[in-house]
Design a binder for this molecule. Structure first.
Ligand SMILES: C[S@@+](CC[C@H](N)C(=O)[O-])C[C@H]1O[C@@H](n2cnc3c(N)ncnc32)[C@H](O)[C@@H]1O
Length: 281
């Protein structure tokens, strides 16, 4: 939920321009609509000290603060700053290297949004919780909407975390055609998790099924397991097709797919599954 606050001695470029800026950030971070706020704060003469802002010939570049949750990765924050720099530079016709932006991380427990305090990392782990999982990387893709179908042609890059891995970790992976990817449904809020039974996709035409008898994202532990086609491995980047995870998804594991680990018997599944999966890939 980034809040972007820009200071300038100039008048605001107008609501449409600020909305455009928010739309770019929303898309980059894969946020739901309305989760990025932008403020333009005009400064009165005499209330600031910045020598370039007195020069008559140069358009004054704004100075800004970006407040965002500490859970955003370094990559995401870097991309966010670059995007804001590029867009502001174009929008205001000021040199990119004149724009100063700083990020303030909103610490868990100190951020109140829409009547909810964000406690992402402050909660006491529940007894028995597995607390040592660290994403090995993230998914980068153009797809950020949480709709359910048409994943077949979606291409993505799983970028391994360079702090933890070198390309050695992927050695030989390119001798396989398919992967199994384990990831976290990071955009499912904890309070949206189902533990009982419900109609898959809320469709009353399909019978109620327990959360462990379906593959819904709102599941305990919010873990996804997908198979996808491996396209190529390039350094720390694993290029894939058909991975049903949105942009920014934290990846917990990648494994090559082995036919021998597939079922050894005929597979049985209820009829509603064929209906549900009709347009999935
Ligand atoms: C039904 S789940 C199935 C995922 C995987 N094939 C599995 O069976 O575990 C896939 C859906 O989860 C949603 N999704 C993908 N990435 C997500 C993320 N990071 N957070 C929340 N939802 C996500 C998308 O809407 C996608 O259609």
């Amino acid at each position: 939920m980034p809040v972007i606050r820009l200071f300038s001695p100039d008048a605001s470029p107008g609501p449409a321009a600020l909305e455009q800026l928010a739309a770019g950030v929303t898309e980059l971070l894969g946020l739901p609509a309305g989760h990025c706020w932008v403020w333009w704060q005009r400064l009165e003469p005499g209330t600031y000290h910045r020598p370039e802002w007195r020069a008559p010939d140069t358009p004054p570049a704004p100075v800004g603060f970006v407040v965002c949750k500490e859970s955003y990765s370094k990559d995401q924050v870097g991309a966010l700053l670059r995007l804001l720099q590029g867009r502001l530079s174009q929008l205001l016709n000021v040199p990119a290297d004149e724009i100063f932006l700083t990020v303030q991380r909103a610490v868990a427990g100190e951020l109140l949004v829409r009547d909810e305090v964000w406690f992402a990392h402050l909660e006491e782990p529940r007894p028995g919780a597995v607390t040592d999982l660290v994403p090995i990387g993230r998914v980068h893709t153009d797809r950020s909407d949480l709709s359910d179908d048409y994943w077949g042609d979606v291409t993505s890059v799983i970028r391994l975390d360079g702090q933890q891995f070198t390309a050695e970790a992927l050695l030989g992976l390119d001798t396989f055609s398919h992967l199994e990817v384990v990831f976290r449904f990071h955009r499912v809020a904890p309070e949206k998790v189902h533990t009982g039974a419900r109609h898959p996709r809320g469709n009353p035409d399909w019978p109620r099924a327990g959360i462990f008898a379906q593959r819904a994202k709102n599941r305990p532990n919010r873990i996804g397991v997908s198979r996808c086609k491996l396209l190529k491995v390039d350094g720390l980047d694993v290029h894939v097709r058909g991975l049903d995870a949105v942009d920014g998804t934290p990846v917990l594991d990648i494994k090559p797919y082995l036919t021998q680990f597939g079922p050894r018997e005929d597979v049985v599944q209820p009829a509603w599954v064929d209906d549900l999966m009709r347009d999935y890939y």
